[in-house]
Design a protein around this ligand. Structure first.
Ligand SMILES: [Zn+2]
Ligand SMILES: [Zn+2]
Length: 326
C-alpha cells in the first residue's frame, strides 16, 4: 500500500506544479500516470477509499488483507462526520485545476457539485463540506485553506501544500538562483512599509546574489513567471505577494520574519499592504480593506489601539465583484 500512497502524493505534487507553471494550462495528466482520471485521484489513496465500487473491488480480490483493509476503512468512515462523496471529489478536482477560488466562486462550486451528484446542499455548510475534504487530504499533507485578499478584502480558498514549510516547495519549478531572487523579493516586500517592492529594487537586489547571477532580461522574465504562477501580483511595476502566496506561505513568513512581520489589528492575519498608526509608541497595522470596513461611517477616525487621530485616507469598502479570481 505504501507505494500507492507515495505515487498518489507525488502525483498530487506533480500535478500542482504542472498547473501553476503556464497560466493558460488546461487539464493535463503527467505522463507518469496517464491512466489516472483526476476525479479518481481522491480515490487512489487508501484512506480516501469510500466508494462502493472500491469496496466491491476489494471483495472481488478476496483474502484476509481485503477484510483488514475494509475494517480500517470502515473505522475511518465512522470517524468522519460526513462521508467523502462524489460531490466532494468534484469540488477537490476543480480546486486542483484552479489552485485558488474566491468565496463566491466556492459557494457556486459547492452548489454545482451537490446538484451534479444529487446530494443535499446547505448554503451555510460550505466550511463543513471543505473540512470533510481536508480530513482526507491530511495524509497527503495538503489542505484547502481560507484567507483574505489584501487587495479587495474578499475571502479566498486555496489548495495548499503543507509538506514543505518554506520556498523549497517551489523547487520543482525553479532553479536555485531563481528561488534566491524570490527570497530577495520577499525580503524587500516584508521589509517595506506598504507591502510592495519596485521592479527597480528587485533588479538591484540581484547584485548581491550568491547563486548564479541573473541578467536584467532574465530577472524581468522570471518576475513575469512568478506572476503567472500566482506567487506575486504586479501593478504598475510594483510587486506584492499574491493571496495564494500569503495563504500558502504564512507559517514560513511568520517563522522567517518574526521581528519584521506584523499582524493586522482588526483581523489578526499577517499584514503587508496596510495603513500604519503614526504614533511611534503604537504603530499598529491595519489591512486596507480592514481599514475600509472598520472606519466606515465614522466621522473622526481614531486608532483602535492608542486612540490617536488616524491620519490616512480611508478607502471605500469594495463590494465583491462578479467572479473575479486571483
Ligand atoms: Zn486585516
Ligand atoms: Zn495607534
Amino acid at each position: 500500500m505504501s507505494s500507492v500512497t507515495i505515487h498518489c502524493f507525488e502525483f498530487l505534487k506533480k500535478y500542482r506544479c504542472l498547473l501553476y507553471s503556464p497560466i493558460d494550462c488546461k487539464y493535463r495528466v503527467p505522463s507518469a500516470a496517464p491512466h489516472v482520471d483526476l476525479l479518481q485521484v481522491a480515490v487512489i489513496h487508501p484512506t480516501l477509499q469510500t466508494t462502493g465500487s472500491l469496496k466491491r473491488a476489494e471483495e472481488g480480490r478476496g483474502g484476509g488483507n481485503s477484510r483488514k483493509a475494509r475494517s480500517v476503512s470502515d473505522e475511518l468512515s465512522r470517524d468522519m462526520s460526513q462521508q467523502m462523496g462524489d460531490s466532494h471529489r468534484r469540488f477537490l478536482q476543480t480546486m486542483m485545476a484552479n489552485g485558488i477560488v474566491d468565496e463566491q466562486g466556492a459557494r457556486a462550486l459547492y452548489q454545482h457539485c451537490c446538484e451534479t451528484h444529487s446530494t443535499q446542499c446547505t448554503p451555510d455548510k460550505l466550511d463543513d463540506f471543505i473540512d470533510t475534504i481536508n480530513s482526507r487530504l491530511q495524509p497527503m499533507f495538503m489542505q484547502i485553506r481560507k484567507g483574505m485578499s489584501e487587495d479587495n478584502g474578499q475571502q479566498y480558498y486555496a489548495l495548499v501544500n503543507m509538506a514543505e514549510t518554506n520556498v523549497t516547495r517551489m523547487s520543482s519549478d525553479y532553479a536555485d538562483n531563481e528561488l534566491e531572487l524570490f527570497r530577495k523579493t520577499m525580503d524587500l516586500i516584508v521589509g517595506s512599509e506598504n507591502g510592495k517592492a519596485s521592479s527597480t529594487d528587485i533588479l538591484n537586489s540581484t547584485d548581491t546574489m550568491t547563486a548564479k547571477k541573473l541578467k536584467k532580461s532574465e530577472t524581468e522574465h522570471l518576475l513575469n513567471r512568478f506572476v503567472n504562477d500566482k506567487w506575486l501580483n504586479e501593478k504598475r511595476g510594483e510587486y506584492t505577494l499574491s493571496t495564494r502566496c500569503i495563504i500558502e506561505m504564512e507559517p514560513y513568513i511568520r517563522a522567517m520574519y518574526q521581528d519584521q512581520v506584523k499582524v493586522c489589528h482588526i483581523c489578526r492575519n499577517i499584514a503587508f499592504q496596510c495603513q500604519i498608526c503614526e504614533n511611534p509608541a503604537c504603530g499598529i497595522k491595519i489591512h486596507n480593506p480592514c481599514v475600509a470596513r472598520y472606519f466606515k461611517g465614522r466621522s473622526e477616525p481614531r486608532c483602535p489601539a492608542c486612540d490617536d487621530f488616524w491620519p490616512h485616507e480611508i478607502p471605500e469598502v469594495r463590494r465583491p465583484q462578479s467572479r473575479s479570481r486571483r
